[in-house]
Write a protein that binds this ligand. Structure first.
Ligand code: SF4
Ligand code: SF4
Length: 128
């Protein structure tokens, strides 16, 4: 049985993993608390996998976290949508489940124009 993972929709087009269509091309993303304490609101969360897009060097630097298999499947199977697995430590969220899983059907990663991880958020966070 495969673990549940939400479909990831992302608006952070300054990220090296971002693809047109609000798609994230990373193999896995890590959603973290911005501070030591558990998040109280959306702004206290972030996508730690964000990496600012900066030309070719950065593109190559992210090559070890690319969902190649998903990309190939999405290319040959139109019904398959490209989406990373999600690891989330924000246990103050209603969708969080033991094992750092997110049980939401989909999550929306916000932070258009972000320059660093802290500028991004899990927009789907909902306090328990
Ligand atoms: S900010 Fe996170 S979810 Fe969005 S494209 Fe980058 S790694 Fe993927
Ligand atoms: S919706 Fe909640 S559990 Fe899912 S990734 Fe966002 S903060 Fe984590």
């Amino acid at each position: 049985m495969s673990e549940h993972h939400p479909k990831v929709i992302c608006e952070v087009d300054t990220c090296t993993h971002w693809l047109p269509g609000e798609v994230c091309g990373a193999a896995n993303i890590d959603i973290l608390n911005e501070e030591e304490q558990s998040a109280e609101s959306v702004e206290h969360t972030m996508c730690k996998t964000f990496a600012e897009r900066r030309g070719l060097a950065n593109l190559l630097g992210s090559a070890d976290n690319v969902n190649w298999r998903g990309a190939i499947e999405a290319a040959i199977m139109p019904d398959r949508e490209l989406s990373p697995t999600t690891t989330c430590v924000v246990d103050s969220c209603v969708y969080w489940e033991e094992g750092n899983l997110c049980m939401a059907d989909e999550i929306f990663v916000s932070g258009s124009g972000a320059k660093e991880c802290q500028d991004t958020n899990c927009g789907t966070f909902k306090k328990k």
